[in-house]
Design a protein around this ligand. Structure first.
Ligand SMILES: C[S@@+](CC[C@H](N)C(=O)[O-])C[C@H]1O[C@@H](n2cnc3c(N)ncnc32)[C@H](O)[C@@H]1O
Length: 225
């Protein structure tokens, strides 16, 4: 495991501020600020420590590109590829990458439910995406990701657990605020870990302890060497 991300704890971290200011729309800047405020530098470092310094890294469900724009600054020798269903979000992410002068990140429109292994990836991550995908498509997607990773490569999944229930409801209300329609299917940590193992990953999971009522769980899934 590597630990390249700066060990700052605050929202004043330069790469975070650069990402926030790269969006033209103040609503997106506010969303981005809130999202980073929720996850904070500690969580960015916690996720970032599992990313390789080189190779292609897939950000599936990249949204406005917050994370790939952040990690592309921290890991300049890696190439980030963001894929999201929303054309609007992809366009915003592309414009923000240009404003940041980042040449190591690209964005495209794509549907995770139809995603196929199309390259060899050093790593991939899905942050708060699995619960937006219809249950029947989750296993095939994980199988494709397993196939697409190079031996020893990692898939990092951040999801919310179904317990405790009050935290799940808190998360559900916020999810519905962001997307009034569409799938929301939370997986219990045991259920999702079992599925990840069934498709062939070695899984290490840990809670991301938060003072906000989010039941975040991070799954570090390794493809065998
Ligand atoms: C909660 S947001 C998370 C975005 C980003 N990963 C982050 O953490 O900021 C969920 C994202 O999943 C995307 N999404 C939902 N269903 C998808 C699908 N089938 N394929 C690709 N992206 C999808 C949405 O467009 C949205 O950008």
């Amino acid at each position: 495991m590597t630990g390249k991300a700066p060990a700052t704890e605050s929202m004043r971290s330069e790469p975070i501020l650069r990402v926030i200011h790269a969006y033209e729309d103040w609503i997106i800047r506010t969303y981005c600020w809130v999202r980073f405020w929720i996850l904070r530098q500690r969580f960015l470092d916690e996720i970032g420590q599992y990313l390789p310094e080189r190779g292609t890294i897939l950000d599936l469900g990249s949204g406005f590109g917050l994370f790939s724009l952040y990690y592309a600054q921290i890991l300049p020798d890696a190439r980030f590829r963001g894929v999201d269903l929303s054309r609007r979000r992809v366009e915003m992410a592309k414009r923000a990458a240009v404003r940041l002068g980042l040449a190591n990140v690209t964005y495209e429109v794509g549907d995770a439910t139809a995603w196929r292994a199309d390259d060899e990836y050093a790593a991939a991550y899905m942050l708060d995406i699995v619960h937006h995908i219809d249950e029947e498509f989750v296993r095939p997607l994980l199988e494709q990701l397993q196939k697409a990773l190079r031996p020893g490569g990692r898939l990092i999944v951040k999801e919310v657990d179904t317990r405790p229930r009050y935290k799940r409801w808190f998360t559900y209300l916020l999810d519905r605020l962001m997307s009034s329609r569409g799938v929301i299917r939370y997986w219990s940590a045991d259920e999702l870990q079992r599925l990840l193992e069934e498709v062939g990953f070695q899984v290490h999971r840990h809670l991301m302890v938060d003072y906000l009522p989010y039941p975040h769980v991070l799954y570090i899934c390794q493809r065998e060497e």
